[in-house]
Design a protein around this ligand. Structure first.
Ligand SMILES: C[S@@+](CC[C@H](N)C(=O)[O-])C[C@H]1O[C@@H](n2cnc3c(N)ncnc32)[C@H](O)[C@@H]1O
Length: 279
C-alpha cells in the first residue's frame, strides 16, 4: 500500500505516526463504531481511520483548539487568516525578528488558533513546546520552516478530511476520559509519550511511571469490558512495567522485519516499534 493515499497532518509531531500508517492501519479491526484516538497529537491516525464516529483527545489545549477551529470552518477564511499573519509579520525563512514578534504577540496578547498554527509553521522543526508559564518557546526555524506550497496543500487536504468524518475534539488528560459508554464495537488507540523517551510534548511534567502505570491499568480495564484496544510503543526504551505487561497481549513488530526472536538478540538501541493489541 502506498503512503500517499493517507492524509498527513499539517502539524509536525515528533512521534507522529504518518510513516507507520501503512503498517498500523491494516492491524486495526475493520468494523469500528466509535474510534478513540486517546493521545491524538497531530491526528495522523484518527483522521485516516474508517469508523462511524471518531473521538480525538489530547491534553495539549492549543492543538485541540486548532483542530476545533478547522472543523466546520471555511477553508478560504482560515487560509486568509494565516496569510494575514504572514503578511503582518513579514514571515519568511530569513526574518527571525518577524517570527519573534509573532511569538511575543501570541504569548502576551491573543492566543488565537490560527496565530498558533502560523507560529508553528516558522518555528524550528515546526515543533510544539511551551515553558512552565505556558508560553510557546520554540526558536526560529531559520532557512527551513515556512508555510510553503506543500504544507499549504497538506493543510487543505487535512481540512477537507476533517470536515467529512464525524469527529469531536476533546481536551482531557487520559486519566479523566470517560470510557463508560464504550463497548465491544468500539476501539481505543493509544499513542502516548513513550516512557523514558525525549519529545517536546513530554518536557513539562513529563510522562512519569505513574502515567505509565495508570495507562496500562486503563487498558486492562478496557480489556475486561470487552473493548478492543491498540497501544503503540517502542521497545528500545527502558520500560520494565511495559515489558512485563505486554506479554498478556498480542505484540505486532513494525518497521519491517522484527520478530519476537530477533528482538531478543538485536541491539536494543535500535527502533523496535510495536503495536500491542488485545484482539
Ligand atoms: C506521540 S504523540 C501522538 C502523535 C499522534 N499519534 C500523531 O500521529 O500525530 C503523544 C501525545 O500525547 C499527548 N499527551 C501527553 N500526556 C497526555 C495525557 N496525560 N493525556 C492525554 N494526552 C496526553 C501529547 O500532548 C501528545 O500530543
Amino acid at each position: 500500500m502506498k503512503e500517499e493515499k493517507y492524509i498527513k497532518s499539517p502539524l509536525n509531531y515528533v512521534g507522529g505516526k504518518y510513516k507507520l500508517l501503512k503498517e498500523i492501519l491494516p492491524l486495526f479491526p475493520k468494523d469500528i463504531h466509535t474510534f478513540v484516538d486517546l493521545f491524538g497529537g497531530g491526528f495522523n491516525v484518527g483522521v485516516n481511520v474508517e469508523a462511524e464516529h471518531i473521538i480525538y483527545n489530547d491534553i495539549c489545549e492549543p492543538v485541540v483548539k486548532f483542530l476545533r477551529c478547522l472543523s466546520g470552518s471555511d477553508i478560504d477564511k482560515i487560509l486568509a487568516e494565516i496569510d494575514k499573519y504572514i503578511e503582518k509579520y513579514n514571515l519568511t525563512k530569513e526574518n527571525k525578528e518577524g517570527y519573534l514578534q509573532l511569538r511575543e504577540d501570541y504569548n502576551k496578547r491573543t492566543k488565537s488558533a490560527m496565530k498558533f498554527y502560523t507560529l508553528l509553521c516558522y518555528a524550528f522543526n515546526n515543533q510544539i513546546r511551551f515553558n512552565k508559564n505556558g508560553d510557546y518557546n520554540m526558536p526560529f526555524g531559520k532557512d527551513r520552516s515556512s508555510f510553503n506550497p506543500a504544507l499549504r496543500q497538506k493543510f487543505i487536504d487535512f481540512h477537507k478530511r476533517i470536515n467529512v468524518i464525524d469527529c469531536v475534539f476533546l481536551n482531557i488528560p487520559f486519566e479523566r476520559f470517560d470510557f463508560s459508554e464504550l463497548d465491544s464495537k468500539d476501539f481505543v488507540y493509544c499513542d502516548p509519550p513513550y516512557f523514558n523517551s525525549v519529545a517536546t510534548y513530554n518536557e513539562q511534567n513529563g510522562w512519569t511511571e505513574e502515567h505509565e502505570k495508570k495507562l496500562l491499568s486503563v487498558l486492562d480495564m478496557l480489556n475486561e469490558k470487552g473493548v478492543r484496544f491498540a497501544l503503540s510503543n517502542n521497545l528500545k526504551y527502558e520500560n520494565p512495567l511495559l515489558d512485563k505487561w505486554k506479554n498478556k497481549y498480542n505484540i505486532h513488530y513494525l518497521n519491517g522485519n522484527y520478530s519476537n526472536c530477533n528482538y531478543q538478540k538485536k541491539d536494543k538501541s535500535q527502533d523496535v516499534e510495536v503495536l500491542i493489541t488485545n484482539y
